[in-house]
Design a protein. Structure first.
Length: 463
């Protein structure tokens, strides 16, 4: 029995420390260029203008979008299974789930993503249900305050057309990246790459100017001391037109010298090492430095790439889990409460985020089965088939071992004796049932081993 608590211990005393004044979050960013709408404009420029920024964002987002998304029931109880089935139907059939994921993942670009939940009533399996008709995306650049106009919980949206809308908190889905305290704006994954992107942006400009000047050069005009002013003006205009590619020649009067200067191009510093450094730092910012292995100016092995990409896969799984948790907390619970009388809720889950190491998996499964730590079941087979993208087993499908012969219905005589010794004085029917069950599990493990070997190494002559 839990001990009683004092009123003081049951109440929160302190504050998060996030500075929010009239719905405006302040004091979280030291660079004023990266505050508010100006920050969103810069992050948008970064993702649209830089190939590396776009590549690393795609490397994060695409595995999350292509993951296997589903809804896990609170328990194996038929009622909980019914609730989970309804929730999954709403998310995948009524809503455009893939489109939602693409918009939800912009919380990485900007630090947060806001959706308005639009509810309605619709028949599902012949029963009128309250459903989420739409998760309407509200662009980051339009979110002006983190309270409604009247100060109540929610957000105020100010569109580019000058329209203002107050959206209450119970109709919102807010997904935040790296939320600290009450800072719902979070931190963009591009924030720590901003410095490197900014330097690269200006280095590219300097490099382009240098190439333009080195390619054409600077026109040098030397005229006699008694040259006519109009002749000087004509020569200068001709030189300007030459740079603008309007004229391809200049008439040189007698006594004049008009030529291109030697720009000493060989003495200029090569900026490519600097560009490569900042380019790699942008990838490293999101743990995607393995993308640079083998690129110009870098080296590395396949093993090193694998080690680094595994950490990246874990980070991607965390991103998917964050989205799943927020959808479960802010949408699924309201959806279930509006349709069912239950105390436990299903959860949104994301599986197969990124690549699976099938070689390691098959080795682990085989080791566990051989050591009799794992007893294969139909559920195990179904999961592994799904994992390696094999079709579902057909009803009544015969299981076969690797050599192609039918799996034995029971173990050999020595094994039977051991089983009889373990079972003791159990009834004969129980003994037969136990033997059949063990034979089925043994057959399942052999089937899974064959399927994994076939997936990893290809079919054999006996297949």
């Amino acid at each position: 029995m839990a001990k009683s608590l004092s009123k003081q211990r049951s109440k929160e005393i302190g504050k998060s420390g996030t500075n929010i004044f009239d719905g405006f979050i302040t004091g979280e960013e030291y660079n004023q260029d990266l505050v508010g709408r100006r920050a969103y404009e810069i992050y948008d420029e970064m993702r649209r203008s830089n190939a590396t920024v776009r590549a690393v964002l795609s490397a994060i987002k695409l595995p999350v979008i292509s993951a296997v998304w589903g809804v896990q029931a609170a328990s194996s109880d038929p009622k909980d299974e019914e609730v989970a089935k309804f929730v999954e139907y709403n998310l995948t059939k009524i809503l455009k789930w893939r489109a939602f994921l693409s918009e939800a993942l912009t919380h990485l670009d900007f630090g947060f993503a806001v959706f308005e939940c639009v509810w309605g009533v619709q028949e599902v399996d012949g029963i009128p249900r309250v459903v989420v008709k739409k998760l309407a995306f509200r662009k980051q650049t339009t979110i002006s305050k983190w309270v409604q106009e009247d100060g109540k919980p929610g957000v105020t949206q100010w569109t580019h057309q000058g329209e203002r809308f107050s959206i209450p908190a119970d109709q919102l889905l807010v997904i935040t990246n790296q939320q600290e305290g009450d800072n719902y704006e979070g931190v963009s994954v591009l924030r720590s790459a901003y410095q490197h992107w900014y330097i690269m942006k200006n280095l590219y400009k300097i490099d382009a100017i240098g190439h333009e000047r080195q390619a054409l050069g600077v026109v040098r005009i030397q005229h006699p001391s008694n040259a006519d002013g109009k002749d000087i003006e004509r020569a200068e205009e001709a030189a300007r037109n030459l740079r603008a590619n309007e004229e391809a020649f200049i008439r040189q009067p007698e006594g004049w010298a008009i030529e291109f200067m030697d720009m000493k191009a060989g003495t200029l510093k090569d900026i490519e090492p600097s560009l490569n450094h900042h380019d790699r730092q942008i990838s490293k910012n999101v743990l995607a430095q393995w993308l640079e292995i083998g690129a110009q100016g870098s080296s590395g092995t396949l093993a090193a790439s694998g080690d680094q990409s595994r950490l990246f896969d874990l980070a991607n799984k965390a991103v998917a889990d964050n989205i799943a948790a927020e959808v479960t907390e802010q949408v699924v619970k309201q959806l279930v409460d509006s349709n069912f009388n239950v105390t436990e809720y299903p959860t949104v889950v994301a599986e197969q985020v990124g690549k699976e190491d099938l070689t390691t998996l098959s080795s682990v499964v085989k080791t566990l089965i051989d050591a009799k730590v794992l007893t294969p079941s139909d559920a195990d087979e179904a999961y592994l088939r799904k994992l390696i993208r094999l079709p579902k087993a057909e009803e009544g499908e015969e299981r076969r071992v690797v050599d192609g012969t039918p799996a034995p219905a029971q173990a050999d005589g020595e094994q039977e004796a051991d089983e009889d010794q373990e079972i003791g004085d159990a009834p004969a029917d129980d003994v037969k049932a136990n033997r059949a069950m063990r034979a089925r599990f043994l057959s399942a493990s052999r089937t899974m081993k064959r399927l994994l070997e076939k997936s990893l190494y290809g079919p054999t002559d006996k297949d």
